[in-house]
Write a protein that binds this ligand. Structure first.
Ligand code: SF4
Ligand code: FES
Length: 250
């Protein structure tokens, strides 16, 4: 089938504003959008910039907006976004991150927030001499959160980040949840300095956009709500207040 890709182009060194450029490509319906981009890059315009690595949905590097929705180009079949022969498919970079060039965004801020939640195992003061034991039920509590590939799709889709760029964002909270709900980890207190702040977990308004776009089908909104509940439980047990903004009852 023949399709047209309408791709957002932008070179910050030479362009005042992003613009759209169209490319006609011949593809099989079962080709992936990444195949169409590779075809353009190899045979039509070698200056088109996009990021990809594994091409199998593992590395998370080719997240972009395809027809307005965050997807991995390597996991999106042409037939799922192009209704018929002659269809136009719009390709744009992720939102909420600066565009470095065309479809490639700068993920520095995304990874800074990832690091801020201390995404590593924090042992308690009493370290056991024996191996840490964990039941399958305990493991199941954080299993979903281990699946993240840091693609930034949820960060781009989040309506709260649209109005509050300082919100920690869904992916960083998923990373925190991976350890907060690990029975071996004792680092909640150390993570509260970022999670239990006005721009930590509390701004989430349950839009579910992150959950809808996650290519790993992580139940992100649920994890955010579980993390909020865990923080409340922790603060209440110590007679402390959370940083959750109080409802305005006036
Ligand atoms: S939570 Fe899902 S959408 Fe967000 S960065 Fe991880 S894999 Fe991507
Ligand atoms: S190229 Fe690795 S996830 Fe798509």
């Amino acid at each position: 089938m023949n399709i047209t890709l309408e791709i957002q182009r932008y070179n910050p060194e030479t362009d005042g504003e992003p613009r759209y450029q169209t490319f006609d490509v011949t593809v099989d319906p079962t080709d992936r959008v990444l195949d169409a981009l590779m075809e353009i890059s190899r045979n039509q315009d070698g200056t088109l910039v996009f990021r990809k690595s594994c091409a199998h949905g593992v590395c998370g590097s080719d997240a972009m907006r395809i027809n307005g929705k965050e997807r991995l180009a390597c996991k999106t079949l042409v037939q799922d976004v192009a209704e018929a022969d002659g269809a136009t498919v719009r390709i744009e970079p992720l939102r909420h991150l600066p565009v470095q060039r065309d479809l490639m965004v700068d993920q520095s801020e995304f990874f800074a927030r990832f690091r801020a939640v201390k995404p590593f195992f924090i042992a308690g003061s009493e370290v056991d001499e024996k191996e840490y034991r964990q039941s399958p039920e305990e493991r199941a509590l954080f299993d979903d959160a281990t699946k993240c590939i840091n693609c930034s799709a949820c960060y781009s889709a989040c309506p709260v980040l649209e109005k509050n760029p300082k919100f920690l964002g869904p992916a960083a909270i998923v990373q925190a949840a991976r350890f907060v709900f690990d029975s071996r980890d004792k680092g909640l207190e150390a993570r509260l300095g970022i999670l239990d702040t006005p721009n930590g977990v509390w701004p989430c308004e349950n839009h579910f956009e992150c959950t809808r776009v996650c290519p790993r089908e992580i139940k992100i909104t649920k994890l955010i709500n579980l993390t909020k509940r865990e923080i409340k439980k922790y603060r209440e047990a110590r007679g402390e207040q959370t940083a959750e903004p109080k409802e305005d009852t006036q």
